[in-house]
Design a protein around this ligand. Structure first.
Ligand code: SF4
Length: 299
């Protein structure tokens, strides 16, 4: 993991940033195949999992862990609506309840996660702890993000669209771009860092194609553990990422044509919502839908 002086220097440069508006909205029109980092990661983890999510579109109910991630992302996005001087830990905590109420009103399954107020209160405490840890990693009073929860999309020469939502995009006074992603799960062990960075390189490739500029820094913030993974990509990294994505897409297309979505069991099966339907665990997948979706994955 390159934590060298180039990274530290970049982090310093990017610590004070001017704000520019710029969240790009999705365009809703018929287009070609598309892939997001999460669905690409699904296929790499297990082709059958990809099928369940993209082809069968099986619902996945929220969990307290996914709800915590949703709430923290929402509160951090709102935090930057406040004037810079007001972005304090107290202000961030104060955002949690109203953001939770809004999210629970939009998605009643979230509210149903907690049997009573005590359970919700204890979950909220753990969420407050994560927000507090965020403030040990950076000072939001010194930042003006260029974009938050920003939809990005580009089309490769092959016709494949790459798309997704970037948690935060910072642009330094000199124009250097930093892509920031918040994680509320555990930080990856060293062996999994490459996999964690794949998502970030995917976004960096999209930004490079959109703006003609390689982002200076990719920054994954593991808020539960107070760790930050930083990586300065270069053109060769992103060209390799593009080749990897295209190889992955060809593998997805082969599986789609053959109707062959093989399970690939791993430790992650313990967290798979669709274990009961998986042949590896005695289940039977539903019949494939007659008309397959025209594209390969949502954000
Ligand atoms: S249980 Fe494991 S092998 Fe089966 S679909 Fe889920 S991730 Fe794939």
């Amino acid at each position: 993991m390159p934590y060298g002086s180039r990274v530290e220097e970049t982090a310093a440069i990017l610590d004070v940033l001017p704000g520019t508006p710029g969240t790009e909205a999705p365009v809703d029109e018929p287009r070609g195949p598309a892939l997001s980092p999460s669905r690409a990661a699904d296929f790499m983890t297990c082709p059958l999992l990809y099928r369940f999510r993209v082809i069968d579109r099986l619902p996945e109910p929220p969990t307290t862990a996914t709800a915590r991630g949703t709430l923290v992302h929402a509160a951090l996005e709102r935090l930057f609506d406040l004037p810079a001087a007001e972005r304090t830990p107290e202000a961030a905590r104060a955002l949690l309840i109203p953001e939770w109420d809004r999210l629970a009103a939009e998605e009643p399954e979230l509210a149903a996660l907690f049997p009573d107020e005590a359970a919700r209160g204890s979950w909220l405490e753990s969420t407050i702890a994560i927000m507090d840890t965020y403030f040990t990693l950076e000072d939001p009073r010194r930042l003006e993000p260029a974009a938050r929860e920003s939809y990005v999309e580009t089309t490769l020469d092959s016709g494949l669209r790459l798309r997704g939502y970037i948690d935060r995009l910072d642009v330094a006074p000199g124009g250097e771009i930093r892509i920031v992603d918040y994680k509320t799960g555990r930080a990856p062990r060293e062996a999994y860092e490459a996999s964690a960075l794949f998502q970030m390189k995917f976004y960096a490739l999209v930004i490079w194609r959109l703006r003609g500029q390689v982002p200076r820094l990719l920054q994954l913030m593991y808020l539960a553990e107070g760790e930050v993974l930083r990586y300065p990509p270069d053109e060769s990294d992103l060209l390799a990422t593009e080749r990897k994505i295209m190889a992955l897409w060809q593998a997805i297309e082969r599986a789609r044509t053959a109707g062959d979505w093989r399970p690939r069991p791993s430790k992650l099966c313990d967290w798979c919502n669709h274990k009961a339907l998986c042949p590896e665990f005695g289940g039977t997948p539903p019949p494939l839908p007659p008309a397959l979706p025209p594209e390969g994955g949502g954000a």
